[in-house]
Design a protein around this ligand. Structure first.
Ligand code: HAM
Length: 427
């Protein structure tokens, strides 16, 4: 049987040149998160299915339609995580991290899996960068998180962006609003899609997430949650806006921004890049003040966001760090041995060093070095070896100089710092 040699629909390979950009973006994220007091946490890709059913929400699109779920050999229902927030909350409860004196600020990078219809900016395996903070209810934190996200996107060279915020209320004000929303939605039932007709009863907030354009149009007329917040939620939302103004961040209140997950309370937000088309959310998140308790943990509030790396990289303006590498060219068996020794020494000193085993002419080797775009080539010929020297060639300038072999690593070290050029160094 012929096997398929294409990556599964909705997944993609990240080849070395592109992986360089991923590394750069991930390094920038790390740098920013660490500066804001976040520390990395890593959790498994597979989790018990009920973690997402209970946390992400039984009636959400993710749980009802998009999860990669299977029964393992022990008969347990396992899911490839569609999002990361439930896993981090589980890990905190399991390891009682809330009892430790360290800050409850975490970040994470990793693949997520959703069986959605693939399209530009939407994959079945995609990568999120996620941050979560626990134990702080002050809206100043919500604003700080958006300030950090905005700064991070600026560091990634993304100018075309807009912050959208909303409040989805709390268990005090939401039930009353939901009843009212149901009543109003019933009146429009006939113009809604079958999914939305079911949502009216099951989870009317999800009416605002519907991807059908006609439903999007119809639901514009429905009451907005921001007009039905209790005084505490109202004060929290006002606080958020005050602190966003304090940071000088511009934003738009978007009352339809209920987000497709059930755990949110109060603040929800997204940063979109309008030029990206239909899938324009670079990141999304919000508060989830009752999720930890819902899972049987302590009553500790939480807030966070996840950023889609594929989408961010499609608009980021970053260049990979300049690579400085060495090609070792040699002629003859003895020179090969000396080249291998030198290669090992240079690699252990952190130089990216290439050498090939196949016997080739010097011309061929230099042409390979050019194609590989190395910074320097070291040439070890048989005659040079007798004299204990090697030729060091700066590929950019074409300048070539002979140095005693044992001096070559230290010369390369100086050249790598960029403090001196080859023309300024003498044996
Ligand atoms: P989410 O809005 O489902 O939130 O996903 C967050 C981000 O992941 C999106 O804004 C988008 O950039 C990216 N994303 C989502 N689905 C796909 C896909 N199929 N293909 C490519 N990128 C995608 C969450 O996942 C929440 N856990 C965020 C959160 C953290 N809330 C609180 N803490």
């Amino acid at each position: 049987m012929k096997i398929s040699l294409s990556a599964i629909k909705g997944t993609k390979d990240i080849l070395p040149a592109e992986a360089r950009l991923w590394q750069k973006a991930e390094a920038l994220c790390r740098e920013v998160f660490e500066a804001y007091g976040y520390r990395e946490i890593r959790t498994p890709i597979i989790e018990p299915t009920e973690l997402f059913v209970k946390g992400t929400g039984e009636t959400t699109d993710i749980v009802t339609k998009e999860m990669y779920t299977f029964v393992d050999k022990g008969g347990r229902s396992i899911t490839l995580r569609p999002e990361y927030t439930p896993s981090v909350v589980r890990a905190i409860i399991e390891h009682r991290l809330y009892l430790q004196p360290s800050l409850l600020r975490f970040y994470y990078f990793g693949p997520m899996f959703r069986h959605d219809r693939p399209q530009k900016g939407r994959y079945r395996q995609f990568h999120q960068v996620d941050i979560e903070v626990f134990g702080e209810a002050d809206p100043a934190l919500d604003a700080e998180i958006l300030e950090m996200a905005d700064y991070l996107l600026a560091r990634l060279g993304i100018e075309d962006k807009e912050i959208l915020i909303n409040s989805v209320g709390c268990p005090v004000c939401r039930p009353g609003y939901l009843n009212f929303l149901r009543q109003e939605a019933e009146k429009l039932k006939d113009s809604l899609c079958p999914d939305c007709q079911r949502r009216i009863e099951l989870n009317p907030l999800r009416l605002f997430d519907c991807k059908e354009p006609s439903c999007h149009e119809t639901t514009q007329a429905l009451p907005k949650i921001t007009d039905h917040l209790c005084p505490d939620c109202q004060a929290h939302f006002e606080g958020l806006r005050r602190w966003l103004n304090f940071y000088g961040l511009s934003y738009r209140v978007e009352p339809r921004l209920v987000r497709g997950l059930d755990y949110y309370t109060r603040t929800t937000f997204e940063i979109i890049s309008p030029g990206l088309g239909a899938q324009n959310a670079l990141l999304g998140g919000g508060r989830y003040d009752h999720l930890m308790k819902l899972y049987g943990g302590p009553d500790i509030c939480g807030i966070g966001f996840a950023m889609g790396l594929e989408r961010v990289l499609s608009v980021a303006k970053i260049t990979p760090d300049e690579e400085k590498s060495i090609y070792l060219a040699y002629l003859g068996e003895r020179a090969k041995e000396r080249a291998l020794q030198l290669c090992r020494q240079l690699r252990q000193q952190g130089f990216s060093t290439f050498l090939e085993y196949k016997e080739r002419s010097l011309k061929d080797q230099l042409s390979r070095a050019n194609k590989l775009q190395v910074t320097w080539t070291v040439i070890l010929g048989e005659d040079e070896l007798v004299q204990g020297i090697g030729q060091l060639k700066e590929m950019g300038s074409g300048l070539q100089k002979a140095f005693p072999l044992e001096q070559i690593p230290s010369v390369l070290k100086i050249l790598k710092t960029g403090e001196k050029k080859l023309a300024e160094i003498n044996p």
